[in-house]
Design a protein around this ligand. Structure first.
Ligand code: SAH
Length: 206
């Protein structure tokens, strides 16, 4: 599937109805989600693979992975309303995705998911809770040997320090995440946040 075709398919999906600022619910723009997935696909990390989307929100990344031929796709999300929207999005695309309502910080839940080939995620950037992305990194590396995540520009040194010897951190793609005025505390109509798509590879799996 061409990048543009994937992007168009993802553009048609339902977003967050009433986003929760505390959970940093910003749907990944279709263009950025498509680039992450297309890149992962080119590196052989999607087609025929078991893929887990952590904090899947309305399921953009999970749906895209499924469209690119992932063998098994599971999305994990805390917010029941977002899970319901993700299920509708998957149904609309005819994508067979398992959604699990749960907290990525819940180790027993993460362990119960089994193992995957690839994790894709757009975790909270930590604007509300400065360390909100850490449990995502931990869960991701527990679940799969290869992880793609969207982080604020400049996060690679943090990721390197935080993961210590556990993973090799590779810069994959840079991008812009336009955040539209969503919450009352936003002062501007659109703020563009620089992001980097990072590929993390568990060290023992290299
Ligand atoms: N992955 C989606 C949503 C990104 S926003 C997309 O790319 O569009 C981050 C998502 O993480 C939100 O849906 C939020 O509800 C969810 N989230 C935040 N903390 C979480 C946690 N501890 N466990 C599971 N999901 C969480």
């Amino acid at each position: 599937m061409r990048l543009r075709t994937l992007e168009i398919a993802l553009e048609g999906l339902e977003g967050f109805g009433s986003p929760d600022p505390g959970l940093e619910q910003y749907a990944t723009p279709a263009a950025l989600a498509a680039r992450l997935l297309h890149h992962a696909h080119l590196l052989g990390d999607i087609e025929g693979m078991a893929v887990c989307d952590l904090g899947c929100g309305t399921g953009v990344l999970a749906c895209g992975a499924s469209l690119l031929g992932a063998g098994r796709v599971v999305g994990v999300e805390l917010d029941p309303g977002a899970v319901a929207a993700a299920r509708r999005n998957a149904a609309r695309l005819g994508a067979d995705i398992g959604f699990v309502e749960g907290d990525v910080r819940d180790r027993a839940l993460v362990d119960s998911l089994g193992t995957f080939d690839t994790v894709v995620m757009n975790p909270p950037f930590g604007a509300q809770d400065p360390h909100a992305d850490r449990p995502f990194v931990d869960a991701a590396l527990a679940l799969a040997p290869v992880v793609y995540g969207i982080f604020n520009t400049g996060s690679i040194p943090f990721l390197g320090a935080y993961t210590g010897g556990r993973a090799e951190i590779e810069f994959a793609i840079g991008g812009i995440f336009p955040i539209k005025r969503t919450f009352a505390f936003h002062r501007r109509d659109v703020v563009e946040i620089g992001v980097e798509i990072v590929r993390m590879v568990r060290k023992e799996d290299r």
